[in-house]
Design a protein around this ligand. Structure first.
Ligand code: NAD
Length: 352
């Protein structure tokens, strides 16, 4: 590849991402992504890891999420603003970049609002495949906003879920989710309270947005053997579960230094015992022990999942073609003559 080839960076915009998802099929994307994330979690010690860099404000948070496996580097820019929805804006938006470590040149720039929804759902599916009771078929989804359909379809495709029980404090969100999933093959029921929705569910996923210590699930709602994916509590001051649930459950996390700041376990002492998901995958830690145990995936979203998502996307763009070529990197004929490049452009514009 020449220097000028590297100067034009493949760019996947929102329209292109939607076409890619439609061409491949959403459920296939979710299953593939689950496998890419699993592959990267299995080589976890190789990665540079750091809690994401967060800039908090009264309305929300803006975060940068970097990581590298030594060959490739990725970062994501992502926000979380629970009040945005009321202004007609999304709670979460994102974009990100994959780069070559050897040259430092970008390999792919992409929208990541859609890709984040896919990778978050794929990560929940990975945790559920690993930790839920075998034969789990029913999921209760508390919070029916932007992430919810992706979460439901990933659990259907990857974990064999057949029934979906929905609850949201805003009935309009539940109606939207039901309508979007009408042709999915899932048996869908809506409920008026979270208590009713979680009754007899094998799996509970909470994906609500509220920048406060919320209590979406109370301890008395959680029966033996349930697996919980708690993904909405993902920054300081933003949790979904009553602390008593954490005391009864075995808690599984992505990267403890980040989850202790952002996850449900921010409510607990700094030495509260947790198991890292990658250790269960690599066989160095135990997952579910028995059918009565409560397993809880305290998911906050970690940079390696975005790395996996960008790696998956790069492979799809290479396989299927596509990706606009973005003139992102200045490419002077003589690499030391950046100034001269502007001068040559001046002469080109004004030949006289
Ligand atoms: P969204 O604003 O589109 O939807 C959130 C929904 O939660 C809304 O419909 C709202 O009415 C509902 N809700 C709020 N409080 C509730 C309660 N007490 N009970 C039931 N429903 C309630 O947000 P989204 O994009 O779907 O994201 C959901 C959450 O997931 C956010 O908090 C977001 O920050 C988080 N998130 C986490 C990850 C991760 O990796 N863990 C990734 C993306 C988003």
């Amino acid at each position: 590849m020449t220097a000028s080839d590297l100067a034009y960076v493949p760019f996947v915009d929102v329209e292109e991402m939607m076409h890619l998802i439609l061409d491949i099929g959403l459920e296939t994307c979710l299953a593939d992504l689950t496998n890419y994330i699993e592959e990267d979690f299995r080589r976890w010690p190789l990665f540079d890891k750091t809690p994401r860099v967060a800039a908090h404000s009264s309305n929300g948070v803006i975060e940068l999420m970097p990581t590298s496996d030594g060959q490739e580097y990725a970062f994501k820019y992502v926000n979380g603003h629970p009040g945005n929805m009321k202004k007609g804006l999304q709670t979460v938006t994102a974009f990100g970049l994959l780069a070559d470590v050897e040259s430092g040149y970008p390999l792919l720039l992409s929208e990541m609002t859609l890709l984040t929804a896919l990778r978050t759902a794929a990560t929940s599916a990975l945790a559920t495949r690993l930790l839920a009771r075998p034969g789990s078929r029913t999921v209760a989804m508390i919070g029916n906003g932007a992430q919810s359909e992706f979460q439901a379809l990933a659990l259907k495709k990857v974990c064999g879920i057949t029934a979906l029980r929905l609850f949201d404090t805003d009935p309009e969100a539940t109606r939207k989710c039901m309508a979007n999933l009408a042709g999915s093959g899932l048996d869908i029921t809506s409920y008026k309270t979270a208590e009713e929705a979680v009754m007899d569910a094998d799996i509970i996923t909470t994906c609500t947005a509220d920048k406060q210590m919320a209590t979406v699930l109370h301890d008395n709602m959680i029966g033996a053997g349930v697996h919980i994916n708690a993904i909405g509590g993902d920054c300081p001051g933003k949790t979904e579960l009553q602390a008593d649930i954490l005391n009864r459950a075995n808690v599984f996390v992505e990267y403890p230094p980040q989850t202790r700041i952002e996850g449900e376990i921010q409510q607990m002492a700094s030495d509260f015992p947790v198991t890292e998901l990658w250790e269960v995958l690599s066989g160095t830690a135990e997952g579910r022990r028995d059918a009565r145990q409560i397993t809880l995936f305290d998911g906050v979203g970690f940079a390696i999942e975005d790395f996996s998502a960008l790696r998956w996307l790069r492979d799809q763009v290479e396989r299927l073609g596509g990706g606009k070529r973005l003139d992102l990197i200045a490419d002077p004929d003589d690499p030391r003559d950046l100034f001269g490049m502007i001068e040559r452009e001046r002469h080109r514009r004004n030949p006289a």
